[in-house]
Design a protein around this ligand. Structure first.
Ligand SMILES: Cc1cc2nc3c(=O)[nH]c(=O)nc-3n(C[C@H](O)[C@H](O)[C@H](O)COP(=O)(O)OP(=O)(O)OC[C@H]3O[C@@H](n4cnc5c(N)ncnc54)[C@H](O)[C@@H]3O)c2cc1C
Length: 418
């Protein structure tokens, strides 16, 4: 369709993306500046699709972490940039924001915060009703293909059937799986960090340990040998590999390095945190001398926290047979058992999405943005919010918190400057 045939829509603010950050920006701006005409354009037919399915349908809105500095530590990318913004809008503000709209949040034992209703529908309906109340216009099936900065005062965004002309633009189009999907930003000449996935579990194709699926150990240390990244936490063995909080954290902090390794790497697990390979060997030697006639398949006290099947798996790996007593175990077997306990090396290959939840590591580089207003330094009338920025957090409500914070600041930035 030729450009002249396209509809021209004039507005004050156009927000690209009808997701978490887009709606939060629109509602906050409308409250501060009811005089401005606000339009959200969304490429699909669905509004707030990720909010709807988030947190297993319950929406993990934020995390009970109230210190801005500590909060930043949950972001593998963006921790420096978010410190200032978190002093302006943090978890406390999120809780207040929803409370003001009659939505109470509750905190679970691990710090994740959900609506008391236990359904993401509460959050989706809140946003939709607020948007309606504030007369925010929404155009669905509007995929932005190009953005033009006409004169640093007027901007145009172009979709397939229409062109929108506005005084300011908000980029809130979320994470993009491929760099090619960010083509519409090309005219802005921004530095983009190529996107790669974050938040995934580790695949161990055909590894015998996967036969122990369903087992978990509450305290482990997991290290990726190639990247040296290391975290402590519960570890879960699944039918495809390894999962659990420590694995997800590693996948986030090492997201780019693991991508560069084409997801082939070695995971080293310490199942007995108080020991290392050397010290556990000494403990084993002592057991051998003190309990020579005791069967090895009866777990020693230091291994009390390990599931019996895992202990037996380690014995089998050292070729220690079912009825063997400690006196039967030779030095080589002792070495293999010590390594299994404190430095078990498991080759990983590939990744699996965690409960369909993922975020993008990558996006618009932080240095392009003035984090006091969320404006692009090169294009002062263009604001950014949410996952489109090279900021992402680990699982637990941190990604939405970054979306609320950046959206709130973008709204304030526009309210103050336009
Ligand atoms: C299954 C799942 C569960 C999750 N659960 C949680 C959770 O419980 N807690 C948490 O903190 N985080 C969670 N996350 C992450 C969180 O959903 C995102 O970080 C958050 O939605 C980012 O908000 P956003 O507005 O930046 O992007 P999005 O919510 O993705 O919204 C962006 C919108 O822009 C639209 N768009 C894209 N390109 C264009 C274009 N060219 N033109 C017009 N529109 C466009 C998209 O269609 C989309 O609707 C989850 C993610 C997934 C996938």
């Amino acid at each position: 369709m030729a450009e002249e045939q396209k509809n021209l829509i004039e507005t004050d603010i156009v927000i690209i993306g009808g997701g978490a950050a887009g709606f939060f920006t629109a509602i906050n701006l409308a409250e501060q500046r009811p005089d401005l005409r606000i339009l959200i354009v969304e490429k699909t037919l669905l509004l707030l699709a990720k909010v709807q399915i988030s947190g297993g349908g319950r929406c993990n809105v934020t995390h009970a972490c109230f210190d801005p500095q500590k909060l930043t530590s949950y972001y593998p990318r963006g921790h420096k940039e978010l410190l200032g913004p978190f002093h302006i809008f943090n978890t406390n503000h999120t809780i207040e924001w929803f409370k003001k709209r009659n939505i109470e949040l509750k905190t679970e034992a691990d710090g994740r915060m959900f609506p008391v209703s236990n359904t993401s529908e509460t959050i989706v309906q809140c946003f939709l009703q607020e948007a309606q109340k504030q007369n925010i216009r929404i155009e669905k099936k509007f995929e932005v293909q190009e953005i033009r900065n006409l004169n640093h005062k007027t901007y145009e965004i172009e979709g397939r059937y229409a062109i929108v002309r506005a005084k300011a633009v908000v980029l809130a189009a979320g994470g993009h799986a491929k760099e090619s999907q960010l083509e519409y930003l090309k005219t802005l000449n921004l530095e983009i960090v190529p996107p790669v996935p974050s938040l995934f579990t580790f695949n161990l194709p055909q590894h015998p340990i996967t036969q122990l699926m369903g087992l978990s150990v509450a305290e482990t240390e997991i290290k990726i040998l190639e990247t040296k990244d290391v975290f402590r936490g519960p570890l879960l063995i699944t039918h495809w590999g390894l999962s659990g909080p420590a694995v997800l954290k590693l996948s986030a902090f090492a997201a780019r390095k693991l991508h560069d390794l084409e997801y082939r790497y070695t995971v080293r697990v310490n199942w007995c945190l108080e020991y290392n390979e050397e010290s556990i060997r000494q403990v084993l030697m002592q057991i051998k001398s003190e309990y020579a006639y005791k069967k090895a398949n009866q777990k020693p006290s230091f291994a009390a926290h390990l599931p019996q099947r895992l202990w037996e798996y380690m014995l089998q790996s050292a070729e220690i047979k079912d009825g063997d007593t400690w006196q039967n175990i030779n030095n080589k077997q002792m070495g293999i058992l010590s390594k299994s306990l404190c430095a078990m090396d498991i080759p990983a290959q590939g990744k699996t999405t965690f409960k369909e939840e993922f975020v993008t590591c990558g996006g618009i580089k932080g240095k392009e943005i003035d984090f006091k207003t969320m404006q692009l330094k090169k294009h002062p009338g263009i604001f950014v919010a949410g996952e489109i920025i090279n900021i992402d957090g680990i699982t637990g409500g941190f990604n939405f918190q970054a979306a609320w914070t950046t959206a709130y600041i973008a709204a304030k930035g526009m309210a103050d400057t336009l």
